[in-house]
Design a protein around this ligand. Structure first.
Ligand code: PGA
Length: 241
C-alpha cells in the first residue's frame, strides 16, 4: 500500500507563508515515496488550493461541521473544501476533542458527512498518558473507533491517524515497540469492524530522524506530522523515507 504523509499545520502560516512554503516544497516533493496531504488552517486553504493546482499533492481542512451550510457561525464547510479541490478532512484531532470539547458522537456525524461528499475523513484517535499508564489504551482506542466510525460507509475510504496524546508536540515520540504493538491492536479492531483496508498513520513528534524506523513497522501506513511539517526540508525528508 502506498504510504500517506500528512502535514497538520494547526493554527500556523498565513496565506502568503503558505504560498512561500509550496514554492519551495514542490521541487523537494519529487522524492516523496507516497501520497502527500496538507492540512493548512482554514483561512489559508484557498492559498494552498491555488498553489497546488495541477500537482499531485493533496490537501484538506483540519475540521469541518457535520452539515454543508446553515446557521452555524464560525464553522467550516466540507462542501467548500470540495469545491476548492480539497480531498481530505481531519476529524477528531485530540486538540479538537480536548480544547473544543468534541464528542465521539459529533465526530461520527462529521465522518459520515465527509464521506457523503466524496471526501476522505482522516479520523484521529489516541490515549492520554494517564490512560496508557492505567493500561486502558486498547479500550480507549476501541471506543474511539467504534463510536467515531459508527455511521461510516465501509465501501468508501477512511484513514485512521493514531496519535498518542502524550506524544503530540512534546518531542516524546512513542517507542518503535509501542507503535508496533498499538498499530497491531488498531488493525485488529478495524479488521473486526470491517475496516481492514483503512490505512493507519502514526502521529506524535515524528521527525526526519525517527521517521525511517517507524515507517518500517508493520501496520504503519504513513504519518500525520505537526511541528516537523512546517519546514519544507524536514517534511520532505519525512515524506521520502
Ligand atoms: P507533532 O503534532 O508532530 O507536532 O507532535 C502531530 C499532530 O498534532 O498531528
Amino acid at each position: 500500500m502506498k504510504k500517506i504523509f500528512a502535514a497538520n499545520w494547526k493554527l500556523f502560516k498565513t496565506p502568503q507563508e503558505t504560498r512561500d512554503f509550496f514554492s519551495t516544497f514542490k521541487d523537494l516533493a519529487n522524492k516523496a515515496t507516497g501520497e502527500i496531504v496538507f492540512f493548512p488552517s482554514a483561512i489559508s486553504l484557498e492559498a494552498a488550493s491555488s498553489s497546488l493546482k495541477g500537482s499531485n499533492i493533496k490537501w484538506g481542512a483540519q475540521n469541518c461541521f457535520a452539515q454543508a451550510s446553515g446557521a452555524f457561525t464560525g464553522e467550516n464547510s466540507a462542501q467548500v473544501v470540495k469545491d476548492l479541490g480539497g480531498s481530505y478532512i481531519l476529524v477528531g484531532h485530540s486538540e479538537r476533542r480536548k480544547i473544543f470539547g468534541e464528542t465521539d458522537a459529533l465526530i461520527a456525524e462529521k465522518v459520515a458527512h465527509i464521506q457523503s461528499l466524496g471526501l476522505i475523513p482522516m479520523l484521529c484517535i489516541g490515549e492520554t498518558l494517564e490512560e496508557r499508564e492505567g493500561k486502558h489504551t486498547f479500550r480507549i482506542l476501541e471506543t474511539q473507533l467504534l463510536l467515531g466510525l459508527a455511521n461510516a460507509d465501509k465501501s468508501k475510504p477512511v484513514v485512521i491517524a493514531y496519535e498518542p496524546v502524550w506524544a503530540i508536540g512534546t518531542g516524546k515520540v512513542a517507542s518503535p515497540e509501542q507503535v508496533a504493538e498499538t498499530h497491531a491492536d488498531v488493525y485488529s479492531i478495524l479488521e473486526k469492524m470491517g475496516f481492514a483496508q483503512s490505512p493507519i498513520l502514526y502521529g506524535g513528534s515524528v521527525k526526519p530522524d525517527n521517521a525511517k524506523g517507524l515507517a518500517a513497522l508493520p501496520h504503519v501506513s504513513g504519518f500525520l506530522v505537526g511541528g516537523a511539517s512546517l519546514e519544507p526540508k524536514s517534511f520532505s525528508e519525512i515524506a521520502s523515507v
